[in-house]
Ligand binder design. Structure first.
Ligand code: HEC
Length: 270
């Protein structure tokens, strides 16, 4: 029997002996791949909705997901605490100026307990307890350091340890997703080979950049752009692999190199 060389007209790299195009896979495997792709696609969609819903409103505009949203989520709004806001705003009339300034200084300098007990507590008790002694559930209770502390917290974004927790979940989870997707995509015929390999590796690199930048955004805000770019490129790689896999599995003709190889193989597969 005449054996065709396994060489493509467009590209000189011969097919790897372990490479199988979708058209060479049994139907059961193709159905399994298709169902997996459908569920993964849906999961990605839900992840997108969730992401949008939980982050888009951070900067006060819930209609779009912006650079500011990402900065605020990871490094905080930079705004002062609720107490500081109240002291500069609606509560400023509750005490004379010479009592107000020490309070503000104390809040800005980190609101520590010992200064509170020595210098601040008196002012609170005298000027604020009439309304904030805890008896009105709609007003913050300012009775004692532990209660006051709840309104002195600054918005510093997602806590470091929360990031650690979310990081490990994302690394494990998303590595699985792209392992599955990459395995399915590996049966697609995409040339040049380096390009195909890049596509497979890409989401893992983007994931690392994305998650790494959560932390760096705390230190230097412009890293929010890397968070956005990492997430965006990951989505792009996902979409590319998803569409190419689905298309080549069911809608396109097998590439000619694959057909040539099939002709070269014996047909008595009995
Ligand atoms: C006469 C009653 C009264 C006194 C006295 C009073 N407050 Fe208030 N406070 C209120 C009311 C009513 C609100 C809710 C409406 C608002 O925020 O203006 C409030 C809200 C607050 C809030 C929450 C603001 C927010 O962001 O939700 C803080 C913090 C606060 N007060 C601090 C103080 C401090 C500190 C003092 C003492 C220097 C003080 N208040 C004295 C009535 C009082």
């Amino acid at each position: 029997m005449k054996k065709e060389p396994n060489v493509s007209k467009v590209n000189d790299v011969p097919l790897h002996r372990l490479y199988r195009h979708y058209s060479e896979l049994p139907y059961s495997v193709r159905v399994l791949y298709t169902m997996t792709l459908l569920i993964l696609g849906m999961a990605y969609l839900f992840a997108g909705i969730y992401l949008f819903h939980s982050y888009s409103g951070k900067d006060g505009n819930p209609r779009s997901l912006s650079y500011d949203d990402v900065v605020i989520a990871y490094s905080g709004s930079g705004k002062g605490s609720r107490l500081e806001g109240a002291l500069r705003g609606s509560m400023s009339a509750m005490l004379p100026r010479d009592e107000l300034m020490p309070l503000l200084t104390w809040v800005q300098e980190g609101s520590d307990r010992s200064t509170y007990e020595k210098e601040i507590r008196n002012t609170f008790d005298r000027r604020c307890m009439a309304c904030h002694d805890g008896s009105n559930p709609h007003l913050p209770n300012l009775n004692g350091y532990d209660n006051v502390q709840k309104v002195t917290e600054r918005d510093t974004g997602t806590a470091l340890f929360t990031l650690v927790r979310v990081s490990h979940i994302h690394f494990f989870g998303i590595a699985f997703v792209f392992f599955i997707l990459g395995t399915i995509f590996s049966h697609a015929y995409v040339r040049p080979v380096w390009f195909k390999c890049t596509i497979v590796a890409f989401p893992f690199i983007a994931l690392t950049l994305d998650i790494g930048s959560w932390y760096f955004t705390k230190l230097y805000h412009p890293f929010a752009w890397v968070v956005i770019a990492g997430g965006g490129l990951m989505g792009l790689a996902f979409t590319f692999m998803w569409v190419v896999s689905m298309y080549q599995m069911w809608f396109s003709h097998p590439p000619s190199v694959v057909l040539q190889r099939q002709e070269g193989e014996t047909t008595d597969v009995g």
